[in-house]
Design a protein around this ligand. Structure first.
Ligand SMILES: O=P(O)(O)OC[C@H]1O[C@](O)(CO)[C@@H](O)[C@H]1O
Length: 305
């Protein structure tokens, strides 16, 4: 199975309105809430694909109970480690033009609470084909915590994907994750380089074994020591991009579990991510569109073999 860790899960609240007006009172007609956080979304996608997965996450307070209820109702296999603090909420405001995210920092997680989560991951690793560590770290958890999970996976010979940014990404690179999955902004911020192919090369140099960069409408760039590939989504795919990067990670984890070649992983991840944009909620995808896109998308090699 693919084990996902969401260090800082959330109740994702989505507000839909025709046009968000900042600095004004906005009336919201459509409100939805579901369990979220990046690793949770990865497990949702994997579960919808029929792939065995387990989401591991710290949960606390009334919001934590709401997250747990939603995961139970959705049938997403999960294991929660109880914490004292109150699980956070995120708010996505989706209007006809774009999506605005408001992400709370999350609860303070105590050292022994994080140690309990680590211990649970350690117990699960023998059954894991891939470990995914995805999303921000909550207050109280040091930037090296993601790197610590990467090292646990390495010690058990389990491929590990790190989807982190800022200091957590930098700390993670030092322990050579099997793959990292930055978006365009995270890639540029981590390297100071605007060109995605050059920035991905810099992340390889810094320690990543593979870089899978999600570039929004420009598709996906995969860079490994074996080469560099680019896959592009079909034109005109518009919708809710929240969670599209999590769909990339779900496809990447599946590809690593199956030891698929990189060009196929790149094409599949691009198709699944585009199909996720067409779905109204993070962690969901349009299954028909996924089939159509997967049949049409091919990754192009950017460097000679
Ligand atoms: O951990 P963060 O980086 O704050 O990201 C969490 C958020 O990202 C999303 O997973 C979308 O990728 C939302 O579901 C939301 O929970």
């Amino acid at each position: 199975m693919i084990v996902t860790v969401t260090p800082n899960p959330a109740l994702d609240v989505t507000y839909r309105l025709p046009a968000l007006r900042p600095h004004a009172a906005n009336r919201v007609a459509h409100v939805a809430a579901q369990a979220g956080g990046k690793g949770v979304n990865v497990s949702r996608v994997l579960h919808a694909l029929g792939r065995p997965t387990l989401a591991v996450l710290p949960l606390g307070g009334e919001t934590g109970r709401a997250v747990r209820r939603d995961l139970e109702e959705a049938g997403v296999p999960h294991e929660a480690v109880s914490i004292e603090g109150e699980t956070r909420r995120t708010v996505a405001v989706v209007d006809d033009v774009d999506t605005t995210m408001l992400n709370e920092a999350g609860p303070h997680v105590e050292e022994q609470e994080w140690a309990a989560l680590r211990a649970r991951v350690l117990q699960l690793l023998p059954a894991a084909r891939v470990l995914v560590v995805s999303g921000s770290l909550p207050p109280g958890v040091p930037a090296q915590a993601g790197a610590g999970l990467v090292e646990l996976a390495h010690a058990r010979g389990v491929p590990v994907i790190l989807d982190a940014d800022g200091p957590a990404l930098v700390a993670g690179l030092a322990v050579r994750p099997t793959a990292v999955k930055p978006n365009a902004a995270e890639l540029a911020a981590a390297t100071g380089i605007d060109d995605p192919a050059a920035a991905a090369a810099a992340l390889l140099e810094a320690g990543a074994q593979a870089v899978v960069a999600s570039l929004g409408p420009d598709g996906l760039l995969v860079r490994t020591p074996e080469g560099c590939w680019r896959a592009r989504p079909p034109g005109g795919v518009a919708g809710n991009p929240t969670g599209a990067g999590d769909a990339v990670v779900a496809a990447l984890a599946t590809g690593l579990a199956e030891r698929a070649p990189w060009p196929l992983i790149a094409a599949d991840a691009t198709a699944l991510s585009a199909a996720a944009v067409l779905a109204p909620r993070a962690g969901a995808f349009d299954a028909d569109a996924y089939r159509r896109f997967a049949a049409a998308i091919r990754a192009e090699r950017l460097t000679p073999a």
